[in-house]
Design a protein around this ligand. Structure first.
Ligand code: COA
Length: 225
């Protein structure tokens, strides 16, 4: 299995919205990924399962319709028209993968603020959350943010452990922050990410991650601030 870390495309929005709904069922209003895609102050990254190239190739044989035998005439006409327009085949969405998680980062003055990070439930525990966090920190470094910050439910042991691994420290509490159950949020932040000690620790963690996880493709296009 090969995973990839890349930017979010419009074609991903349905799948990423489902991941958001599953991970944060009470969040309202839901994120408008489409609107945010054009906002230069927000970055969305996606962790996805990469498919082998043959999995997205067009079938060579004309498909046989389950009830009508050969493909029905209207469909055949559409196919002929399409083949004339795109003799090389219909353009696919720009990726041949399935999104399994996403992270969103807002750039506010000197802070990169992680507003959400989520992995599909069935795919948790396989390194995708860490991959997304690495991508978020790298993006923040590229955008010259000073620190990375976030809020997390005080009971969210797995997320807190992930953040602590990347040296986030709890610097405050927002009491009763979450409106669904009045749970408090811990405010967590890194030290300055351009400091030598953080850079060194981050690059060691990133290297260890890639060594441990093996098949991961990093294909982020990092936009400047
Ligand atoms: C938090 C979340 C993104 C982690 O993603 P994940 O893919 O399961 O995490 P990974 O497999 O990459 O694990 C990375 C690190 O996270 C921590 N972690 C992950 N699962 C854990 C668990 N069940 N218990 C304790 N720590 C855990 C560990 O520190 C782990 O590092 P390790 O592998 O060296 O032990 C995922 O659990 C999730 O989507 N949760 C629901 C949404 C959510 O709560 N998001 C956070 C909002 S602030």
């Amino acid at each position: 299995m090969t995973f990839t870390l890349r930017n979010l495309y419009e074609a991903d929005i349905l799948q990423v919205s489902e991941i958001e709904r599953e991970a944060f069922p009470t969040i309202w209003p839901r994120t408008s990924f489409k609107r945010d895609l054009t906002n230069r102050r927000i970055s969305y990254l996606v962790a996805a399962l990469l498919h082998p190239p043959e999995a997205v190739e067009e079938p060579e044989e004309e498909p046989i319709h389950p009830f009508l035998g050969r493909e029905p005439i209207p469909l055949r006409l559409i196919r002929n028209f399409r083949d004339r327009l795109w003799p090389q085949g219909v353009p696919h969405k720009p990726t041949n993968d399935t999104p399994l998680g996403f992270v969103s980062v807002w750039f506010i003055t000197e802070e990169a603020h992680i507003t959400a990070i989520a992995v599909k439930e069935a795919w948790r525990g396989q390194g995708l959350g860490e991959l997304l966090l690495i991508g978020a920190i790298e993006t923040a470094m590229h955008r010259k943010s000073r620190v990375v910050t976030l809020e997390v439910r005080v009971s969210n042991v797995s997320a807190i452990s992930l953040y602590e691994k990347y040296s986030f420290k709890r610097v405050g509490t927002r009491k009763g922050y979450y409106t669904d159950n009045r749970e408090s949020a811990g405010i967590m932040t890194t030290e300055p990410i351009h400091g030598l000690s953080y850079q060194q620790r981050f690059s060691e963690l990133r290297e260890a991650y890639l060594k441990r996880r093996g098949s991961v493709e990093m294909s982020l296009k990092l936009a400047s601030a």
